[in-house]
Design a protein around this ligand. Structure first.
Ligand code: PCA
Length: 214
């Protein structure tokens, strides 16, 4: 049976929950489509987050790894295209570290692209009525750090697909941030299921634009 490793983060900044973990943790277990999902919570800490993720890849030998994180203020499910080799923290992480302009991997390439079929995932989500788009930046905080480190570790393991998905606040969080967008946890959950089955099914991504002009 194929294993899908799905990660979410612990809460960070002023939040008491992280919607990525709220949703991801509800997806643990076997699916009716013949794979099992293993869920893992990552600390919102530079370095440690990656250590935990890479150890789990060794333990579980997944064929697919999708890391999920909160992107408060985003309006839809964002399928990240690229991770860059920079840690530049606007706020300290959960252990008080605040790296500025440090590489994620010393002497690593400037960037790694997601190996998920990102366009096919956006199409599949939209077809199911779930707002989604390609994102051209995962930021420079812990999520980008994890995405970069994941893809760097998978560079010589092409049989394991990997990538990152950012999700909006859930409504109870947006209520504390007036004017912010949100998406119901149930919709995000449905969206992650679709992203997983699409990633497992599609070998060659669609060629349709997911670009932006700015
Ligand atoms: N979002 C942060 C880190 C943890 C999370 O859920 C980010 O976007 O970097």
């Amino acid at each position: 049976m194929k294993t899908v490793l799905l990660t979410g983060f612990e809460p960070f900044a002023e939040e008491s929950i992280n919607p990525s973990w709220e949703v991801v943790s509800s997806l643990e277990g076997p699916s009716s489509e013949g794979y099992r999902i293993v869920c893992l919570q990552l600390p919102c800490v530079f370095g440690e987050s990656l250590d935990v993720l890479l150890a789990a890849i060794t333990t579980y030998s997944p064929t697919l790894v999708i890391a999920v994180g909160q992107a408060g203020g985003r309006t839809d499910i964002s399928i990240e295209r690229v991770a860059i080799n920079v840690d530049d923290a606007r706020i300290p992480d959960n252990k008080g570290h605040q790296p500025i302009d440090q590489p994620v991997v010393a002497n690593g390439p400037a960037a790694w692209f997601s190996t998920l079929p990102i366009k096919a995932i956006v199409s599949a989500l939209q077809q199911e009525g779930i707002p989604a788009s390609i994102s051209q930046t995962a930021g420079t905080y812990v999520c980008n750090h994890v995405m970069y480190g994941l893809l760097h570790a998978l560079r010589d393991k092409p049989w394991i697909k990997g990538g990152f998905v950012h999700i909006p606040y859930i409504p109870q969080q947006a209520a504390m941030h007036p004017g912010s967008a949100s998406m119901a946890a149930e919709t995000v959950k449905q969206g992650l299921k679709i992203a997983i089955s699409t990633a497992l099914r599609v070998e060659v991504d669609e060629c349709k634009t997911g670009g932006t002009t700015h």
